[in-house]
Structures are given as structure tokens and as C-alpha cells.
Design a protein around this ligand. Structure first.
Ligand SMILES: NC(=O)c1ccc[n+]([C@@H]2O[C@H](COP(=O)([O-])OP(=O)(O)OC[C@H]3O[C@@H](n4cnc5c(N)ncnc54)[C@H](O)[C@@H]3O)[C@@H](O)[C@H]2O)c1
Length: 379
């Protein structure tokens, strides 16, 4: 099977996540980057394309031109990765979907729920593959946790503790012109969520992905600790799932000393599980009344989901890039299945997961504005 032809919007010189997407796409040799509108600045786009050895004729000054030209080429791109700031996701995705091109879009899906729902209707109409890179669901031991919960190894789920804490917005670096901080703290570009949109949506998705449960209501208390900042940089959120289980979610980008502290703990009637992103090859399993044990990626107790998401023997650490690459590989399976009209099961986060992320942001903001009231999810 020939490689899937990938295009990219955003991800030029000096940007962050585009390079990670490219590494993830390369890891299993299933994609080839052939086109891009890599930057908002035409000159930077051109220079970035040159650095990536893209054919000059396939480096575009705008995503509109890229969609138009690529869809007219016999061997134009099959899929586009959207790695721009949030406010452009929906617009760019629509243009490519309308031209028959699959989409891999970073999170959060859009800047508001209306746009997300509109985009979902276009995805549905198109029948194309649409993936949202909630990449933490690609880690083998996250998938192991999901499988163990599906197998009822924990019994009924009662309590979930999740935290996603960083410190890189602990000071007003947006005022120094820091590129990534500038748009993330601007509601016009980030949407109505600050930290809750940027990293809270990851934590929220992870909790539903691992537990298989759905949140039915939540209570949120959002803070903006750094003076002059319009969007939240810290949040304390309580959540209730449809089975009655309760969760506490702490999201922060002002937690001094925290780098990328994403951590989830899940407690059922028979056992508990703990996983931490900064030590991702291990999962702690604590059956009630027994000594806790550490399960390792690729070890004898790892199940099928973890095994399928693993490339090298345990003891050789895998991490962020490999987890991201699992989403890309699973997405490649979907694109191949689309070509042959085959129906396959997939773990790839889809547009509905993107919508839930937007509902999470909007409900949290409303709840906080109503004095931290419990609100029905998505109300
Ligand atoms: N999945 C993850 O773990 C993860 C991590 C970081 C960021 N993200 C998401 O990825 C997206 C990008 O974040 P980032 O930190 O890489 O941002 P960034 O500011 O580093 O990069 C954004 C890129 O988009 C380009 N861009 C802006 N407007 C454009 C246009 N009109 N046409 C073409 N390119 C344009 C910029 O020039 C830049 O290259 C955001 O939605 C963010 O939430 C996801």
C-alpha cells in the first residue's frame, strides 16, 4: 500500500505542535508529508517548506489555495493536519472536508460549541475521516487502563481524581510577546477557555476515554491569577458521571514547579489504578486488600490494547512521540478502511469527542460565572 499523502496547515518555523505531528506521522512510515501552508506569514511558510524538503510548488501561501490546488491534483493530499491556533480550526477543516480531504485536527476542536456542532454536521455529511488529537489516549498504559476497566477489573467505578498542572503561564509571559502564550491568553484566538481549553480538555477526554463513563454534570471554579489575564489559568472542577461516580479535576498553568503533570487515579469497588504522563510506561494497580503492583508496558500483564500500541520491548522507554504516533497509525487504518469501504473499530478520538471537549469548556465557564453552580453537562 502506498503511503498516505499528508498536508499540513500551521506548524512552520518557531511553532510547537506541528513538528510533533510530523514526527508522529513519520514513526510508522505510513504517511508522507507532501504539501503545506505552514505559516500565517508567507515568507516563513516558504522557508519552513524548504527546511522540510517540500516540493516548492506544493508550499502554499494560504490554506484556501492549498485546498483548491491539492484537491485538483491527481496525487493530491489524502489528509490534512491542522495545527494552527484554535480560532482557525473550524474554518480550515470545513474547506478541506468540502474538497473531499480527510482531517486530523488538534484540540480544542473550535472556539465555541456552535462552530463545533456545525463542523460535526459537515464531517457527517462528508463521510470522511476526522480525528482530534487527544494524544494522551494513544499511550499504551492508558489503553491498558481502559481495557482493565472494560474487563471489570476495578468493579464499579466510584471516584476519579485527575490533575493536569503546568507552570509555564505562572507569570505574564504573554506581555513579553511569547508566541504560544500570546494567542492562548486571547479569547478571540483561544476561545472562552484558557487552561481549561488548552489542557483541561485533554484531562477531561482522558477521564471519559479510560473509564468509558460520560460526565452528566459539573461544577467549576475558575481563576485568573496572573494580573490582567482575561482567561482562566487555574481551575477546580467537580464532575459527576452518569453512573453516579464522582471526579475532581484540577487544571493549572500557574503551578510553580510543575512541567507537564497530567495524572489520573481511578477507584472502583474492587481496585484502583494510577497513571502519570511523566512516567507513562507504568500503571499502578491496587486491588482491595492486596499489595499494590506496577504493571509495565510490554510486560507479562499488559493486554491487547497496550500490546498493539507498543513498538519496543519494555524497559526501553516510550513516550509522548510514540503515543502521538499511535493516534496517527490508527488514523491511517481509518483512511485505508475508507478507501476499501471497510468498517473498523477505532480508538481514534473523533469529532464527537471534540464536541464533548467544547461542552466541557462552555459548561465550566458558565458554572464558574454562576458562582460555581452544578450544571448539567452541555446545558
Ligand atoms: N495535542 C497536544 O498535545 C497539543 C499541544 C500543543 C498545542 N496543541 C494545539 O495545537 C494547536 C497549535 O498550537 P501550537 O502551540 O503549536 O501553536 P503555535 O503558535 O506554536 O503554532 C501555530 C502555527 O499556526 C500557524 N498559523 C497561524 N495562522 C495560520 C494561517 N492562517 N495559515 C497557516 N498557518 C497559520 C502559525 O504561523 C504557526 O506556525 C492549538 O490548537 C493547540 O491547542 C495541541
Amino acid at each position: 500500500m502506498s503511503k498516505i499523502k499528508l498536508g499540513m496547515v500551521g506548524g512552520g518555523k518557531g511553532s510547537f505542535i506541528g513538528e510533533v505531528h510530523r514526527m508522529a506521522a513519520r514513526l510508522d512510515d505510513r504517511y508522507e508529508l507532501v504539501a503545506g501552508a505552514l505559516s500565517a506569514d508567507a515568507k516563513t511558510a516558504e522557508e519552513s517548506a524548504l527546511n522540510l524538503n517540500l516540493d516548492k510548488s506544493r508550499s502554499y501561501p494560504s490554506y484556501e489555495t492549498m485546498a483548491e490546488v491539492e484537491s485538483s491534483l491527481e496525487s493530491g493530499i489524502d489528509v490534512v493536519a491542522i495545527v494552527t491556533p484554535n480560532h482557525l480550526h473550524a474554518k480550515i477543516a470545513e474547506i478541506f472536508l468540502r474538497r473531499g480531504i480527510h482531517v486530523i485536527c488538534d484540540k480544542p476542536l473550535t472556539t465555541n460549541l456552535d462552530d463545533a456542532e456545525y463542523l460535526a454536521s459537515i464531517v457527517k455529511e462528508s463521510g470522511l475521516v476526522f480525528a482530534v488529537t487527544y494524544n494522551y489516549s494513544g499511550y499504551p498504559m492508558v489503553r491498558q487502563a481502559r481495557e482493565m476497566i472494560q474487563n471489570n477489573d476495578l468493579g464499579g467505578i466510584r471516584a476519579v481524581q485527575i490533575e493536569y498542572a503546568q507552570d509555564w503561564l505562572a507569570t505574564g509571559i504573554e506581555n513579553t510577546g511569547h508566541k504560544q502564550a500570546l494567542w492562548r491568553t486571547n479569547p478571540e484566538k483561544a476561545g472562552m477557555g484558557g487552561a481549561i481549553g488548552d489542557i483541561g480538555t485533554h484531562a477531561f477526554h482522558l477521564s471519559e476515554f479510560v473509564t468509558g463513563l460520560r460526565v452528566r454534570r459539573l461544577l467549576a471554579d475558575l481563576d485568573s491569577f496572573v494580573p490582567g489575564r482575561e482567561l482562566d489559568d487555574n481551575a477546580s472542577i467537580l464532575m459527576e458521571y452518569t453512573n453516579g461516580a464522582k471526579a475532581m479535576l484540577w487544571v493549572s498553568q500557574i503551578a510553580a514547579g510543575k512541567e507537564n503533570g497530567l495524572k489520573i487515579r481511578i477507584y472502583g469497588s474492587n481496585a484502583g489504578l494510577e497513571w502519570s504522563q511523566e512516567n507513562p510506561n507504568f500503571l499502578k494497580f491496587s486491588p482491595l486488600g492486596e499489595s499494590p503492583r506496577t504493571l509495565s508496558r510490554g510486560g507479562p500483564s499488559a493486554g491487547a490494547l497496550a500490546g498493539n500500541a507498543t513498538r519496543i520491548p519494555s524497559g526501553h522507554p516510550e513516550g509522548f512521540i510514540e503515543g502521538f504516533a499511535n493516534i496517527y497509525s490508527d488514523c491511517a487504518d481509518l483512511i485505508v478502511a475508507y478507501k476499501t469501504s471497510a468498517k473498523i473499530e477505532s480508538l481514534v478520538p473523533a469529532v464527537n469527542d471534540g464536541i464533548r471537549g467544547m461542552q466541557f469548556i462552555e459548561t465550566a465557564v458558565k458554572s464558574s460565572k454562576s458562582g460555581a453552580a452544578w450544571l448539567t453537562f452541555g446545558s
